[in-house]
Design a protein around this ligand. Sequence first.
Ligand SMILES: O=C(O)[C@@H](O)C(=O)COP(=O)(O)O
Ligand SMILES: [Zn+2]
Length: 212
Amino acid sequence: MSRNSKAEQLCALCKSLFDRGYSVGGAGNVSVRLEEGGFLVTPTGGSLGRLTPADLAEIDAAGQPVPGPKPSKEFAFHLALFECRPEAGAIVHLHSTYLTALSCLEDLPTDNALRPFTPYYVMRAGYMPVIPYYRPGASEIARDLAAAAKAHKVNAFLLASHGVVVLGKDVEDAVNNAEELEETARLAFILRGEKIRYLNEAEIAELRAMAR
Ligand SMILES: O=C(O)[C@@H](O)C(=O)COP(=O)(O)O
Ligand SMILES: [Zn+2]
């Protein structure tokens, strides 16, 4: 897909996320890998609901911002993930309500924030490691995400007390993954206190094999 088509698709999907409440105010950032090298990233401080292609920031193949709109303060973690996960074509970071609520719970298991109880969580995310809290924009987020992405071949990471970071093969895939994860977190809160039938190891292994 050409740079312009990717830019238009990114803006349209960001607006769709915003319009349906997955992002509010200036929260969240999204990036895509360009076929010719480099990346498009949403600008810092902007609303995902009101972007045009001209508002997008560009990062060159060497990881340097191209003169123009200022990239998200989180572009370092987007780059770090693109670098260690060459199959990823897009990254979505959201403060969506239920995933962010989950990220604020104390004593989350660091290897996986959500024990699987539906197939799509396993197929879309795999599982969801937790990155410790750092202030937004801190370089430690990029460092820890890169380490986690190398150690865990999964599509989603929960930033403690902050939100979620989701990978996809392209921006549509990353957005679909993020939406389904948010729904999984919503279900987890609806089911709190209920006796949940969690997927067993054989069921999880079968789903992981399918997702490969
Ligand atoms: O939480 C934050 O401040 C950032 O992680 C974020 O979501 C929005 O920052 P920008 O992408 O720099 O607007
Ligand atoms: Zn954020």
